[in-house]
Write a protein that binds this ligand. Structure first.
Ligand code: URA
Ligand code: SF4
Length: 206
């Protein structure tokens, strides 16, 4: 099976884990992508946010959520009262998965990661959760929710409520992926839903 496990150094701090992730070959996604996009932000943050996988901009720049979805997220966090300096942000899968479609020319079109790829990449996410040790995890969208809570996770049913995250007693709040706001016809309503879910996470911080 595909797995990142042999690439994850044991007993290392987050800086060393991040360094090791640059050479991960745990699944085939590293072949076409530009680079590993590891998490970024405050390594002692109380809020750990998890997206799906890097997009086109993130793949080029090597940092999570630097594209359009990141701009939506930054604004929503601010509105929910979550200090960006108190966050660490990462993705369930660390390499960009894409395809070319004839109608779109040279554009690289995002493709959802498979369960196998999510499972392969999970050891990196587990290491981030363990080493950042946040008070609350925020799963942004279905992929992050499934990666953290298992494949029966349903974002429509489980968003916006405090869920236990078994690993070490933190809690977890799931919400939609910020890119869903960009795709929606009723952007304002979808955006307000994102903000109100993030407020549930903010409440944990007191
Ligand atoms: N979408 C994600 O899920 N992650 C990113 O880093 C950017 C866009
Ligand atoms: Fe490794 Fe994850 Fe990249 Fe696959 S997607 S090669 S498991 S870092």
């Amino acid at each position: 099976a595909y797995t990142a496990t042999p690439f994850v150094p044991e007993g290392a701090d987050l800086a060393h884990v991040r360094e090791a992730a640059t050479g991960c070959r745990g699944c085939p996604l590293h072949e076409a992508a530009t680079q590993t996009v590891f998490g970024a932000g405050n390594t002692h943050a109380r809020v750990l946010l998890i997206g799906e996988q890097p997009g086109d901009q993130e793949d080029r720049q090597g940092k999570p959520f630097v594209g359009p979805a990141g701009r939506v997220l930054t604004r929503a966090l601010d509105e929910a009262g979550i200090d960006p300096d108190d966050t660490y942000i990462t993705n369930a899968v660390k390499h960009f998965k894409f395809e070319y479609v004839p109608e779109r020319g040279k554009r690289r079109i995002h493709k959802a990661p498979s369960l196998r790829e999510m499972t392969a990449c999970k050891p990196w996410l587990d290491a981030e959760v363990r080493l950042v040790d946040p008070d609350v995890l925020v799963a942004l969208g279905a992929t992050a929710g499934k990666a953290l809570l298992g494949s029966s996770f349903r974002v429509t049913k489980q968003r916006g409520i405090l869920l236990p995250y078994e690993e070490r007693g933190e809690c977890l709040v799931a919400t939609i992926h910020p890119s869903a706001v960009l795709r929606a016809d009723d952007r304002d309503a979808v955006y307000e839903g994102l903000v109100s879910d993030l407020r549930i996470a903010a409440r944990v911080l007191g």
